[in-house]
Design a binder for this molecule. Sequence first.
Ligand SMILES: NC(=O)c1ccc[n+]([C@@H]2O[C@H](COP(=O)([O-])OP(=O)(O)OC[C@H]3O[C@@H](n4cnc5c(N)ncnc54)[C@H](O)[C@@H]3O)[C@@H](O)[C@H]2O)c1
Ligand SMILES: O=C(O)[C@H](O)[C@H](O)COP(=O)(O)O
Length: 374
Amino acid sequence: MKIYYEDSLPYAAEFFSELGDSRVFSHKDVNAKLVADADVLLVRSTTKVNAQLLDLNQNIAYVGTATAGTNHLDEEYLRSRELGIHSAAGCNAVAVAEYVLSALFVMALEHDWQLVDKTVGIVGAGHVGTRLSAKLTALGIRHLLCDPPLADAGDPRDFVDMSQIMQCDIITLHVPLIKGGRYNTGHMFDAKRLDALKETQLLINACRGEVIDNKALLACFEAGRALNVVLDVWENEPDIDQALVPYIALATAHIAGHTVEGKARGTEMLYQQVCGQFGFTATKKLSDYLPVPQPDRLYVDETLRGQALLSALVLSVYDIRNDSKQFKESIHLPDQFRYIRKNYSIRREFAALSVNTGNNPGSEAIYALGFNRK
Ligand SMILES: NC(=O)c1ccc[n+]([C@@H]2O[C@H](COP(=O)([O-])OP(=O)(O)OC[C@H]3O[C@@H](n4cnc5c(N)ncnc54)[C@H](O)[C@@H]3O)[C@@H](O)[C@H]2O)c1
Ligand SMILES: O=C(O)[C@H](O)[C@H](O)COP(=O)(O)O
């Protein structure tokens, strides 16, 4: 069996080499000829999988993406080849939720906000939205969920509509890119919604760039509106509209999901799927490969309490300001969006770190946030 995998899948050699003849490729030079004899094709979001890539291949039996989003796969084409859509749904949900928390704590520091006085509107209550909801609950932050597809499907949680989301102090977007139809998310934040935002609100997009109309957003800023916006994702990546960057409070290069665990879990999920489909027993586990973080233990500053304590802890693991600073200072350089993503020094998830809380009364919130108790 010939297994072709994109070079951005961590631990792919470790997981797949025993299953067959495994070969690595770069998204920059992958083409139809190169993968013409693949039985299994494993990608991340940087490789577009469509007729152009697969029409020369008669044998392909499995195509999988080690990411949550699937909009780089031509679903209609894959279905016409009876291949289906295989993804790593949920692999990086914790990573994105922790990215959002870092953004919230930084914005709170910069604007002197007490987060427990704010209401967060989560749009999209799937893997990411649900993880974020759990962490906000741990922090005692009020939040509302908006997810019409889940509401229509009978999900028992309480949902609100977009008009209620628009009243929230903080709005964070976690929907797939769906172009058209009843649940369209393309330009969900169009000029009209952006005009309705107040300068006291915060809008975060860590799902797909096309969910916010970037031209309309730039027009708001150019008209003098001081909106608070955090963007991890942009329209037309990697060739984003650089004019927008200086206006964005915290700007990053589509790395919200890039924790060691989030990326590697994606590879592990595809390994399990391939084993299932081709009748292999899955013997390998992610825990066999993940490095121990250095350091692996955090100490709580005993003088801090409440938000100050949680903020210090979260930002000691991941401080989004570092990524934003690097992004803003270098994004004008050629091919920089891709460069940052390729060379990103990926971070760890809270669960990889043990916290000794001593007698701190805030301990339960720390563990409920995901930190390890050991
Ligand atoms: N920035 C990153 O690094 C990063 C990482 C992971 C995921 N993502 C993106 O975030 C998206 C969400 O990730 P996920 O793992 O939670 O996916 P998911 O499929 O588990 O959840 C998405 C949710 O959005 C809901 N939804 C669909 N249309 C909607 C609409 N019109 N309004 C409100 N809700 C709607 C769906 O019902 C679903 O529950 C992914 O599709 C991907 O595009 C980005
Ligand atoms: O959809 C996802 O899972 C994320 O957007 C993911 O981080 C993107 O994957 P990448 O571009 O790193 O392959």
